[in-house]
Design a protein around this ligand. Sequence first.
Ligand SMILES: [Zn+2]
Length: 580
Amino acid sequence: MTKISTVDELKSYIAPITVYEDYLKLSAKGRRRLALCPFHKEKTPSFSVDTDSGLFYCFGCHKGGDVIKFIEEIERCSFEEAISILARKAGVELERSGRYNETGGEDGKKREKLLNLLSFAAGYYRECLAGSPEGSPVKRYIREREIPENAVNELQLGYAPERSSLISGIIRAGFTKEEAVEAGVLKESKRGEYFEYFRDRLMFPIIDVGGRVVGFGGRTIGKDEPKYLNTPETAVFRKRDLLYGLNFSRDSIRQEDRGVLVEGYMDFLSLYARGVRCVAASLGTALTPSQAALMKRYSHTVVLLYDTDEAGQAAMERALPILLGQGLKVKIALMEGAKDPDECVKSIGAERFRELLDRSEPFFRHILGRFRARDLGSVEEKLKFLDYAAPHLSSIPDPIEREAFINEFSERTGLKKSLVVEKIDKKGPAPKPSEQPAEEEISLSVSEHVLVKAALSGNNDFMKKLLEIPPKLLDSMASGRLLRKKLEGTYITDEKELKLEAFVKNSCHEVQSVDDIDGAVYSLEKELLEKNRREVTLRLRESREKGDRELEEIYTRELLAIVNEAKNIQNTRFGSLKGD
Ligand SMILES: [Zn+2]
C-alpha cells in the first residue's frame, strides 16, 4: 500500500467530493454542490461544497473548512482520527513517522507508537487463532457459541494463548517491554518480571472510529475470572469514551437512524454477524455520557437491548437519564423468553429480531408497563411509583413529548396531573443536552470579498493586479493574512483562514475583470483613509482643547497629508473624474 507522510500528500490521493458524497446527497449548482446541512436542521440547502478546492461552507450555521475539517465535524472525531479515516477512504497508509498534526508533538509520537504496538498485538492474536488446531478449546468455544466464520474474520477476532511468544515478537518488531506495558498488553510483576496481560482468552480488538486498534476485550476460554477482561486504561484506551463495534456499524446506524445499544461483545457479535448491523456495545460497564454522545454522532434514536435479568434491567434504568441527557430518543425492545440479545437472535433468527426492534417502544411506555405489571392498588404504592418515575419524566428533552407522557401517566395511575407536575418540578428541570458553541459568522466587506475571490481564481492577470495592493492596506484588512499567503503561494493550514477561504469559494459572487479588483482596492483605500481621517480629526480636536500647540500642528499636517493622498488616489485611478 502507498505510504504517505503529509496531509497535503494525503489530500492529493482522493477527490474530496467523493468524501462528501459518502455522507450527503449532493445536487449540482455550477461549480458547487449543494446539500441539506448535516450540522443544523434545515429544509432548503445552505451547505455548499466547491468542487475545485473541496472546501465546504454552510451559510446557515457558518461551519466551513476543508475535507478533513468536514470529517472531524461529521464523525465528531479528532484531527488524528479524521486523517486516518481519510487515508482509509483514499486507500493509502499513513507513514508512522509522518508529521500530520503540527500540535501533535511528543504526545502524538507516543500515541502513534502505542497504536502501532496494539496493531502488532492484534495481528499476533489473529495468527494465534488461525493457527489453533480444530479440536483446541478456543475453536471448540467458537463452535459452541455458534460464532460464524465471517464474524471471526470481519471483527478480526484473535486468541491470546496460555503460553505465548508475544513478548519476543514485540521486541523483534522494535518495541520495548515498557511500551507494551503502557499499551496494556503486558504487565510487570513486583519482582520486575513481564508477562502477558491476556492469557487463554478469545480476543476482541476494540477499534476506534478512526479504524485503529486501541485496546482489547478478552473472553476467557477456561475457568479464569473475570469472564471478560478489558485492556486497562492507557493513553489510548479510555473505556468511558468508546463503544465496541461502532467502527463497523456506524454507517448502518446512520442509514437506519437508530442505534441498538447492547451490553456485551457477544451480543454485538451475534447480532452483527446475522445482519442486524446497526448495533454497538458498551464495554461491560455503566454507560457514560461520553458513550451516549458518541452514539448521538450517528443517530438520534437509541434502542436499548440489555439483559433481561434484574442486573440488566437496573443497568438499563441507569442508562436512561444519561441517554436522555444527551437529547437522544430512547426506545426499549422487549425480548421475551431470552436472557440476552445473543440468545434471542439465535432462537428467533435475524428477520424476526428486526421485527422485534421495529416494535420497540418509547422508554416511558415501557416504564408505564412496569406499573401495570406491578398492579399497584393503594395510593401509597402509586405515590411510590411516581417517585420512581419522576426523574425519568423530567429528563425527557422534548417538552411536547414530556407533556404527552405526563398526561398518559396521570391517566394510567389516576394521580392528578398537577401532583405529577409538582413532583417533576421538584426534581428540577431536565438536563440540557450538551450543545456546541455557535460558529462565528464570517463578515467580509464586498470589496474584500472580490479581492479574495480574485486571489482564489488562479487567474494570472488577477494575481498581478493583486500584487499591487499597498502593504499598508493589506495589513488593515480582515482577509489580509489569507490574501498574503495566497499571493505567496503558501499552503493554508490555519483553521480560521481555511474557513474564510471556504466561505469565499462557496459564495456565488464572481470576479469578471481586472477592473473589479481596481474598484475594490479603490474603495478599501478610501475606507481606510476615511477611518484614519476620523481618528486624526479626533486627536486634533483633543490637542486643541488641551491647548497643546505642538501636537495640534503635527495633527494638522497629518490631516493635510491624508486629504492629499485621497486626492492622489482619485486622480491616479480615475484621471480627471471628480469624486466627492
Ligand atoms: Zn449548517
